[in-house]
Design a protein around this ligand. Structure first.
Ligand code: 13P
Ligand code: SF4
Length: 312
């Protein structure tokens, strides 16, 4: 961008940030942002985090309004956990293709085939699907959640890659749905091998939403938060990162002297990136788009989310 255009953008951002501070105060609002959001969104967040931490923050907050900067199912989970709060999102087009890969009819049919199984749903599911499940999990607590369930047979929805990963840590029978994350699933063994050849001193850190053969190459495998913590605490100075590129914001903030190379330029979730600073300000001005979840669905889905939050 030209110097003049850059200066104009910086000035606009300063004005937007000032307006945002004013609106947050007026509305008694907090901003929750997932680690995959644009830098300009993470910069203004009260809390940045992965799906698990943000669900916890939504459940605990005493603000009146939650601006959820992530994708739709995250806003829904916040509304379910904090039904008396107003939950708004910057852009209603921010969906999650993986969450859309499982629906209630399909899940009910699978439950009929396995009547003794309990359903563990990744938090990346719609409120309707959550209302048909026994307990939710995120990639940060999936193994603990599976072990906490009172059944040796588990229906796992919707991520087949994470399902494959967790099944290696349990003796339970895991019946895996065929969903996947379009972004993480894009990373291939060839991509990782090429990066390793280019950066021979780097460790490869990878999210378990990636394909099993890619996860197998990881020097470290973990949720977004676990990856951030590992890179911060490790003695290694250079990493090849196998998760969404927005994570770079926190990685660089925590360890400004370390080097982070994203494993491909495709590790970008387009849904996460539709949110921006301007849309956050507009959402707080108009209090739209607002998240609604029908009460009967919310009441059932809440049980499943609350059970997850209680797993230690
Ligand atoms: P976590 O935030 O739980 O690491 O999940 C990754 C993800 O893809 C969120 O949509
Ligand atoms: Fe969904 Fe994958 Fe995007 Fe997360 S990164 S919101 S799982 S598509």
């Amino acid at each position: 961008m030209e110097a003049l255009a850059l200066e104009r953008k910086a000035e606009q951002n300063r004005e937007l940030k000032e307006r945002l501070l004013q609106l947050k105060k007026e509305r008694n609002a907090i901003i929750l942002a997932h680690y995959y959001q644009r830098d300009e969104v993470q910069e203004v967040a009260d809390f940045r985090g992965d799906s698990f931490l943000l669900a916890q923050k939504a459940a605990e907050t005493d603000a009146d309004v939650i601006v959820f900067c992530g994708v739709h199912f995250m806003g829904e989970s916040a509304k379910i956990l904090a039904p008396n709060k107003t939950v708004i999102i910057p852009d209603e087009r921010a969906g999650c293709p993986m969450a859309d890969m499982v629906n209630v009819e399909g899940l009910r049919a699978l439950k009929r085939q396995h009547p003794n199984a309990k359903v563990v749903a990744y938090i990346n599911t719609s409120a309707e699907v959550k209302s048909e499940t026994d307990i939710c999990c995120t990639s940060a607590n999936a193994i603990k959640v599976i072990e906490s369930v009172d059944s040796d047979e588990i229906i796992w929805v919707p991520d087949k890659n994470l399902g494959d990963y967790v099944s290696k840590f349990t003796n339970k029978k895991i019946i895996i749905w065929e969903g996947y994350c379009n972004t993480h699933d894009m990373l291939t063994v060839k991509d990782v091998e090429e990066m390793r050849a280019q950066y021979p001193n780097a460790q490869f850190v990878v999210h378990p939403e990636c394909r099993p053969e890619v996860v197998k190459l990881g020097d470290f495998v973990g949720s977004t938060t676990a990856i951030i913590k590992y890179c911060r605490e490790s003695d290694c100075q250079e990493f090849i990162v196998g998760t969404e590129d927005g994570t770079g914001y926190q990685l660089r903030k925590d360890s400004p002297n370390k080097q982070f190379h994203f494993a491909t330029k495709y590790l970008v979730c387009p849904n996460m990136k539709v949110n921006n600073l301007k849309k956050i300000v507009k959402a707080l001005e108009t209090m739209q788009p607002e998240i609604y979840v029908p009460e009967d669905v919310a009441n059932k889905a809440r049980l499943s989310l609350e059970r997850m939050l209680q797993v230690k």
